[in-house]
Design a protein around this ligand. Structure first.
Ligand code: HEM
Length: 119
């Protein structure tokens, strides 16, 4: 997820929204109409050392929840933060050049209790 740039999909915002909505238990629009989780990890893979980009990504996401005036319910906000921390950690696993991404990975599912087992 980055600001508009020459290399990103023209429907980036919509596709990212569909992805996150599906992860959070919404309709399977991303996996049915866009791509799978392997594709998403592959987009982010092999970029090398990300320094503290992952930590800053989480902080931006948390602040965006404020900007978007999402409900302040602490349990909800904690679940959002925990999801994004988990997701960033997963993306960063594939950061080193030539780290293979397993094929046909299922979409993650994030619940109030964390990642759905089996994911
Ligand atoms: C660590 C910092 C991250 C950076 C620098 C980053 C960068 C990018 C870039 C440059 C793209 C556009 C690629 C393209 O359209 O070809 C992208 C797409 C995307 N990113 Fe990230 N990303 C990051 C973290 C994440 C995380 C944590 C998630 C999931 C929770 C995520 C989910 C996605 C999705 C769903 C897309 C769109 C895929 C599509 O168009 O089908 N990103 N990201």
């Amino acid at each position: 997820m980055m600001p508009d740039g020459p290399d990103q999909h023209p429907q980036h915002v919509e596709r990212l929204a569909a992805y996150w909505a599906e992860v959070m238990g919404g309709p399977p629009r991303y996996s049915e109409s866009c791509a799978d989780h392997t594709y998403v990890l592959g987009l982010h893979a092999g970029n090398g050392d990300m320094s503290d980009l992952g930590r800053r990504f989480v902080e931006c996401f948390v602040e965006a929840a404020d900007d978007a005036a999402l409900p302040e319910d602490p349990e909800f906000r904690a679940a959002l933060r925990a999801y994004m921390q988990w997701a960033v950690d997963e993306v960063l696993v594939y950061g080193p050049p030539n780290t293979p991404v397993p094929p046909a990975l299922a979409m993650p599912r994030w619940t109030w209790e964390g990642p759905q087992s089996g994911v």
